[in-house]
Design a protein around this ligand. Sequence first.
Ligand SMILES: [Zn+2]
Length: 164
Amino acid sequence: MSEKVKKKKSNTSSPNTLEAHIPHHTMMPYKLEPYVLTNNEVYMNERQLSHFRRILEAWKKELMKEVDNTIIEMKEASVTVLADPNDRATQEEAFNLELRTRDRERKLIRKIEEALQQIDDKEYGYCESCGVEIGIRRLEARPTAVLCIDCKTLDEIREKRTAQ
Ligand SMILES: [Zn+2]
């Protein structure tokens, strides 16, 4: 059942091409049960808010576990002194990569916390830029989204231009 729902996801909202750019480590580490909409449901009612609270809290927990594990692993690894300078360089590279990943994860945790705060304030799910409803399906694909798909697209176009 969940297989079918997953595949249908993309035609309920705008094309999901942007989501493909999300690096793997920011993907949600568990299978999401899509929200089942009933008729005439008010956007971001209590049931919807608690649906997203559940998603965000589970995601945060998972990320924090990963951050903790890495710290332990790196502490253990750094105790071992490698004789070969090449090995040391490789190890250092691996450490740096890990650190960058953890840094991104910490930023993501902060975004998740902000989203949870918005749920508390019942402000979750609206575009920061134009105020429009971001939409259940887009939020399920990216629960920390603060822009609607149109504003996000414009934003990325602008970003690309300034990067050139
Ligand atoms: Zn917008």
